[in-house]
Design a protein around this ligand. Structure first.
Ligand code: X2X
Length: 343
């Protein structure tokens, strides 16, 4: 009789709360590690904090996430982040397509020089067929992708001179990160590119070991590259843009109840939406207040015309064609088509 009452009780609990919750709750970790490259006050770090906060709030504290900025879970080596997520050393991440492209070749699509002319084009990729294809690829690699955020269009800065043509770039030592695509792009432009992590880039810029770098304006500003790193020259050429992707390790995902999965997904979508708004603030006409603020700090800003960008595009065309094959001609064609239709 007692046994039966016990059984009925368990059954009632299962009906009321669902099996995964009862069984799964015990499996939940005390802390889930969220990896990002940049912390606060960069939009990227703000996004990590917001996601963390929303998960806590919406899960009633069942899921406790802690952000580890500086890609500290992989010793600052941001190009190893994706592998660490797959292996379970990282539970959640908001990662740049640039940093994951060494492991996920197709993510190089956003690093194709001058593929995306504007935010509409970028949105056409992340919000369209290309974005869906990329999420499918990620799903096949032990991660659950949830939302697209944004680091942003990457602009070129240096400590030496204004850059308006490839000739101006000649011989400048430019820090890049990610796949060899960046090395090939800058080599094609006559520069002298060198690969290093963000952690190494900041001191290398400050000491003058490298002359320049490329990053979104929000990063340029929050890292104060105009001051300590003497980056007095900025070229707005928008040659590539890196979206951010909110992901969870697959095993971690499976250990959560359906309700908690929904919570984490919705929190990601909301944090990502806010992140995109923040990343674009002040850099797109009619509100270009961030650009004006940078100019006000004594930085020489060159806004390239479409014709001037075209010259850079032409100089990097061979690199583009080579990488189109490497990434996959079908995916590239799909991307070009989506962008054309976004106009
Ligand atoms: O290292 C960079 O340049 C950064 C912070 O933008 C990325 O993580 C791609």
């Amino acid at each position: 009789m007692r046994k039966q009452i016990g059984f009925v009780l368990v059954l009632a609990l299962v009906v009321a709360f669902g099996l995964p919750q009862i069984v799964g709750a015990a499996d939940y970790k005390q802390e889930y590690k969220l990896s990002t490259v940049l912390g606060k006050p960069f939009p990227w770090g703000n996004a990590g904090e917001r996601w963390t906060e929303l998960i806590k709030e919406k899960s009633g504290g069942r899921i406790n996430v802690k952000m580890y900025p500086g890609t500290s879970l992989v010793g600052g080596d941001q190009t190893k982040e994706f592998t660490a997520i797959r292996q379970g050393a990282i539970d959640l991440a908001i990662g740049s397509t640039i940093n994951w492209s060494p492991q996920v070749q197709q993510l190089n699509i956003f690093s194709m020089p001058f593929l995306m002319p504007d935010h509409k084009a970028l949105d056409a990729l992340t919000g369209g067929e290309v974005g869906k294809d990329l999420f499918k690829i990620l799903e096949s690699k032990d991660v659950v992708p949830l939302a697209w955020g944004e680091n942003g269009f990457r602009e070129l800065s240096n400590s030496k001179r204004p850059i308006r043509t490839p000739a101006d770039l000649k011989g400048l030592k430019i820090r890049v990160v990610g796949s060899p695509l960046y090395l090939e792009t800058f080599s094609a432009l006559g520069a002298n590119p060198t690969q290093m992590s963000w952690a190494d880039a900041v001191p290398a810029l400050s000491s003058g070991a490298v002359d320049g770098q490329e990053n979104p304006l929000t990063v340029f500003m929050a890292a104060k590259l105009y001051a300590a790193s003497n980056q007095k020259f900025l070229t707005l050429w928008g040659y590539v843009a890196d979206p951010l992707i909110f992901v969870v390790n697959k095993d971690v995902w499976k250990s959560w109840s359906a309700e908690d999965q929904k919570v984490v997904r919705e929190a990601a979508l909301q944090a990502a939406k806010e992140n995109i708004v923040e990343s674009r603030k002040g850099i797109v006409a009619p509100d270009d207040s961030l650009i004006k603020e940078i100019e006000g700090l004594g930085v020489n800003v060159a806004r390239l015309t479409p014709e001037e960008k075209g010259v850079f595009g032409k100089a990097t065309k061979a690199v583009y064609d080579k990488w189109a094959k490497q990434i996959g001609s079908d995916l590239i064609k799909k991307a070009e088509e989506s962008i054309k239709n976004s106009k």
